[in-house]
Design a protein around this ligand. Structure first.
Ligand code: NAP
Length: 411
């Protein structure tokens, strides 16, 4: 039996076993949470109440979550002296499915970002962002209801690896000398230099996760988004390896768009297609209903997820998760909004909808749907937090807690 110095393992819960896509979930699973910094505690309190109410509503007391607090960020630093204690990583690996609020990025303390550190340490290789419009949420486009996308963004490769050297440093000059002397590649003097690397291993496991998601959720297509016309050996290879893994592992359940164009029938299979990244930005505005799951390398996915979220009303209501083979970490997509900390003011929607994704991941779809219904009901009733209220006509401004309570009323 494991034990931790700071975290308490609930005595009345059981461990989630199995890997992503194949979880074995007891009726009272132990689910770790990290409440987060700044407004994190405000939105976490509302989220926890909503999730507990949804589970009660769906399963009438037969199922419940045994919550277990883990420490990261400022709370961890105060308690343990460490921004990201080793035991938090160990517990996330042990308990497998967890949820977190936003964390402050420590400035100048050797950690690039706690979120990046968590993703790397736990090998959470896919960032998953569903983007769907909730009727009533103010949107800058005419037909936000046509957007129903799930973006799978690769988390560990591409420019995210942070392999770069600053302008005029001896390291950058050595790389430049090597490129010019041995590789016949010219780089301007004084350049900062970064390395973009994309591997078959990283691409195939990521695209496979996107295909498995599409298959398990009845989604009709997976689109590989890349800039392979220009960056042939990284982005172009991402596209090629994506098609390869579809053919190698999902030959019976997927079909390429090219084969459909040649006249082959779809026969219920998931269509695998690809689009060049710049055209994809047009497609999500002009013909969003033709797309379902998007699988992207890191940088394209970074831009695309926020651009798509803007189409349905912004990051305040955008859920997300970082998922690997074993561990899945669900999180708010916005930051800590520190100026509102402790004011019971900000929108808990992003974390609440991430919690709904988590319930769905556990196979507790009825509870996930109850959360979705509650959020839709609260927005339809126009009882919303300040960020939405200031953009909606005839809306009533409610607190973070008030929004959570309104969601529960509408489940
Ligand atoms: P931010 O915390 O996302 O806040 C920027 C603005 O977005 C806020 O001032 C507020 O706008 C709005 N906002 C954010 N969350 C909201 C919510 N729940 N409800 C309503 N409005 C919300 O971004 P930041 O100020 O750049 O970053 C602050 C800290 O968070 C930094 O330390 C950063 O590194 C960290 N961060 C963490 C994560 C993460 O943990 N995943 C992600 C991003 C940033 P108005 O002022 O217009 O009301």
């Amino acid at each position: 039996m494991s034990s931790y110095s700071y975290a308490q393992i609930p005595a009345d819960g059981g461990r989630i076993l199995g890997d992503t896509g194949d979880r074995v979930v007891p009726d009272a699973p132990i689910v770790p949470f990290i409440e987060g910094d700044g407004t994190g505690p405000d939105i976490w309190a509302a989220t926890r109440s909503v999730v507990d109410a949804a589970v009660r509503k769906a399963y009438g007391g037969v199922r419940r979550i045994a919550w277990m607090e883990l420490y990261a960020g400022e709370k961890a630093r105060k308690l343990t002296g460490d921004w990201l204690p080793q035991e938090t990583l160990a517990a996330l690996a042990e308990f497998r499915v967890a949820i977190k609020g936003p964390l402050t990025t420590p400035v100048g303390r050797g950690i690039r970002s706690l979120n990046v550190a968590l993703r790397q340490a736990l090998d959470l290789y896919s960032c998953i962002r569903p983007v769907r419009w909730i009727p009533g949420v103010p949107s800058p486009v005419r037909e936000p209801e046509k957007v129903d996308l799930v973006i799978f963004r690769e988390n560990t490769e591409d420019v995210y690896t942070g392999i770069e050297w600053g302008s005029k440093t001896p390291e950058a000059e050595r790389v430049r000398d090597f490129l010019q002397g041995s590789m016949d590649a010219s780089v301007r003097r004084g350049s900062g230099i970064g390395i973009k690397s994309i591997s078959p291993f990283g691409t195939k496991r990521h695209v496979a996760a996107a295909i498995l998601y599409a298959l398990s959720r009845g989604r009709d297509s997976v689109t590989l988004v890349h800039k392979g016309n220009i960056m042939k050996h990284t982005e172009g290879a991402f596209r090629d390896w994506g098609y390869e893994v579809a053919a190698e592992r999902f030959a019976d359940s997927t079909v390429s768009e090219a084969r459909l164009l040649e006249g082959e029938e779809r026969r219920g299979r998931v269509i695998v297609k690809d689009r060049i990244a710049d055209s994809m930005f047009q497609q999500v505005l002009l013909r969003p209903h033709e797309y379902s799951v998007l699988a992207t390398p890191n940088l394209n996915g970074d831009y695309l997820s926020d651009a798509c979220a803007a189409q349905v009303g912004g990051l305040g209501m955008a859920p997300g998760a970082n998922v690997g083979d074993s561990v899945a970490l669900f999180e708010a997509t916005h930051g800590t909004a520190p100026k509102y900390a402790g004011m019971n003011r900000v929108n808990p929607g992003s974390l609440i909808l991430s919690a709904a994704m988590m319930l769905d991941h556990l196979g507790w779809e009825e509870a996930a749907r109850a959360v979705g219904r509650g959020v839709e009901g609260a927005v339809a009733a126009r009882r919303v937090t300040y960020d939405l209220e200031r953009q909606m006509r005839d809306a009533t401004r409610v607190s973070t807690t008030g929004f959570g309570e309104t969601i529960v009323e509408h489940m």
